[in-house]
Design a protein around this ligand. Structure first.
Ligand code: PMP
Length: 440
């Protein structure tokens, strides 16, 4: 075993999204990180090909974040945000709303992407109630969507793995068709030309349920966790237009696409489509301290602020706007701005695109998809084996070869820190290509 931990010491921790027994037989431990790299306990260097878990956008071990958190903890370690406030919370809110397009000018703080999603869904339903449309309670997600693991998120989400044990616990949900289509779009560079009409699926759901029952549609502008699924050109614009036609709110789940992944601060700017709510987490604090945030348009906020005092939104978390998280968030935004990281993906995207598409001829590759600094490399599932067997083998072998990748089923996702150099892009893709040649 390549670690100082004994097999017994690996028993108590029930790990998320992990087959624990399988892991114990073949543990992969990360003990230290700096810049573009992790190190294993026995000192092996691993190039980070997925920014931790799509979150460490400014690279690892940023001393400014550590210092800001340490100072904040020494000054004000904790303070409630219910009927109380603290300066760093307001400072972060003011800074973040400046990054947002249009009038998405109010922010509600959470601790994770899952919490951001559930918060957004509640805001959408609450908004309709407050504006005299109490029958609008239905929430529409999309097949293959991932919106975290709260009951709200799995109900609007469309990953079978997430739903099979719990089904749809939230009533009044439905799903649009997904937009992945290898027959028309395999090996497209950037956004697929084919498939904008798939947004018309919302018309079908309106016909089925009636618009007066639908509160909101939630989609990831680019679906990450299902294996990097890109919206066809014009798809999101069409979805927006149909939402407008029927008074349905549009929520973009930007937990992955937020904070520079596509080469713009948010996906809404990349696609030039204004949602009514944006959910975020991950890159908000560079992954250093758990934090999420939900951005809402003025009109929604105003609906909750009727009357001289405003209406209490009966929702929040003990750790909403935790001072340490706010300090990490501010230091992170400082770095993003100073180093131009929120737009660096645009500069690197061509080099990244060329590199990942060179894997087209590698064994078992049936699709390569990319946008900004994210890519999906889909492998043919191994005949007769469970879906994901080939993907898992790739993950294990990549780790042995010194690169960290993410897999969903048999699709490999790359989403490196936005500080990556072109030489490191080549290194990442070259090593991945070498691993793919060894997979039967
Ligand atoms: N939404 C999206 C789009 C995500 O990618 C994720 C996490 N990968 C989540 C929600 C859930 O975030 P968390 O794991 O922080 O709860």
């Amino acid at each position: 075993m390549s670690s100082a931990l004994t097999r017994d010491a690996l028993e108590a921790f029930w790990m998320p999204f992990t087959a624990n027994r399988q892991f114990k037989n073949q543990p992969r431990l990360l003990a230290r990180a700096e810049g573009m790299h992790y190190w294993t306990p026995d000192g092996r260097k691993v190039l980070d090909g997925c920014a931790g878990l799509w979150c460490v956008n400014a690279g690892h071990g940023r001393k400014e974040i550590t210092a800001a958190v340490a100072e904040q903890m020494a000054t004000l370690d904790y303070a409630p945000a219910f009927q109380m406030g603290h300066p760093v919370g307001f400072e972060l809110a003011n800074r973040l709303v400046k990054l947002m397009p249009g009038d998405l000018d109010h922010v509600f703080f959470t601790n994770s992407g899952s919490e951001s999603v559930d918060t957004a869904l509640k805001i959408a339903v609450g908004y309709h109630r407050l504006t005299g449309n109490a029958s609008r309670q239905r929430l529409i997600g999309r097949e293959k969507g991932y919106h975290g693991v709260g009951f709200g998120g799995i109900s609007v989400g469309g990953l079978a793995g997430n739903r099979k044990y719990f089904d749809s616990m939230l009533l009044n949900t439905d799903h649009l068709r997904h937009t992945l289509d290898l027959e028309h779009n395999a090996f497209t560079r950037g956004l697929p030309e084919w498939g904008a009409h798939l947004a018309d699926d919302l018309e079908r759901l309106v016909t089925l349920h009636d618009a007066s029952t639908i509160a909101a549609v939630i989609v990831e502008p680019m679906a990450g966790s299902a294996g990097v699924i890109l919206p066809p050109k014009g798809y999101l614009q069409k979805l927006r237009a149909i939402c407008d036609k029927y008074g349905i709110l549009l929520i973009f789940d930007e937990v992955i696409t937020g904070f520079g992944r596509l080469g713009t601060p948010f996906g809404a700017q990349y696609f030039d489509v204004m949602p009514d709510i944006i959910t975020t987490a991950k890159g908000l604090t560079n992954g250093a301290i758990p934090m999420g945030a939900v951005f809402v348009r003025k009109q929604l906020y105003d609906a909750f602020m009727q009357g001289p005092d405003g209406i209490e939104f009966f929702h929040g978390y003990t750790y909403s706007a935790h001072p340490a998280a706010c300090a990490a968030g501010l230091a992170t935004q400082e770095i993003y701005e100073r180093e131009g990281l929120l737009t660096r993906g645009a500069e690197l995207s061509k080099a990244f695109e060329d590199a990942v598409h060179s894997l087209r001829s590698a064994p078992n590759v049936i699709d390569v998809r990319n946008l900004g600094l994210v890519a999906g490399i889909e492998l043919q599932s191994r005949p007769g084996a469970p879906i994901g067997a080939r993907g898992y083998e790739a993950l294990v072998k990549c780790f042995e070869k010194g690169i960290l990748i993410r897999t969903t089923g048999d699709t490999i996702a790359l989403s490196p820190p936005l500080i990556i150099s072109t030489a490191q892009i080549d290194e990442l893709v070259t090593r991945l290509g070498e691993v793919l040649k060894t997979i039967a």
